[in-house]
Design a protein around this ligand. Sequence first.
Ligand code: HEC
Ligand code: HEC
Length: 264
Amino acid sequence: MRSAKLVWGTLAGVLCVGGSLFVFPAAGQAPPPAKPSPEMVAHIEAGNTQFQQKCAFCHGRDAGGGESGPDLTRSKLVHDDVNGDKIADVVRNGRPGKMPPFTLSDAEMADVVAFIHAQQLKAQKAGQRKGVDVSDLQTGNVAAGKQYFEGAGTCSKCHSATGDLAHIATKYQGLQLEEHMLYPRDAKSRATVTLPSGKVVEGQVEYHDEFTLGILQADGTYQSWPVKKIKYKIDAPQEAHAELFSKYTDDDVHNLMAYLQTLR
Ligand code: HEC
Ligand code: HEC
């Protein structure tokens, strides 16, 4: 297992998305010109690529909602967002237990934001919503899924089909299984903290932001410190799942699902 990157350290950064290129109409303003500039089209296309790699599994390929994430084209937060001022926070922090945090460069973030806004405009024009296709879950190939699990997917570095995941398909079914495979929401990170005195304590991370770290020790005591006063290391092996988003193809996900569904 390896340590996850400290994404929290980047939270203080202010999103800078490059001037008027990223000005989207706020509520009630005039619609944008019919033809977006070539620069804007390039940003939206780059954002599309990012979105398909990191977000589409949950929010759908067109951001219109998917198996485990809400429709972003109907999101009030997206509607109220100006140049990423709201979306970037959600993406960098994630939503505890629901969406993993992502580390994107400012340029990548700006592209993703451009794509989401473009999708929202499109959906508003079309005025329609697509449903979730549960039958998609049945289309994978078991053998290919097993191969991916043991090979390119690196799943077997941390999991075993006869060990921790032996009965995963009885624990979760269908979409629920896919959600947990894509992102294990209940998993907690662990921290090793070195206090100014040199004493080392370990525990489960209960609270962590750019100023404070709070952990729950095995004996049930909760302690927190200003991060400036301590040295610490966080181990969050489940964050590997967030990194895998950029690697899976749709086929990989469907094949993995077919394979995991045989583990009863
Ligand atoms: C593992 C599934 C998952 C992935 C991957 C994911 N999200 Fe989410 N996202 C969610 C869920 C679930 C919510 C709703 C959280 C809640 O109800 O608080 C959400 C909420 C959001 C919201 C806020 C919507 C609102 O109205 O509050 C935005 C914006 C968003 N996601 C953008 C993204 C972007 C951009 C990416 C890719 C970089 C991404 N998400 C990747 C599951 C995911
Ligand atoms: C670096 C380690 C690591 C890698 C690689 C990894 N996972 Fe995980 N996975 C975790 C951790 C940690 C959890 C949370 C453990 C828990 O909640 O029991 C988890 C949880 C899960 C769960 C939910 C288990 C449960 O009981 O709720 C599934 C399913 C899963 N992973 C499948 C996969 C698949 C499929 C892959 C490969 C595509 C993969 N994982 C790659 C570390 C990893």
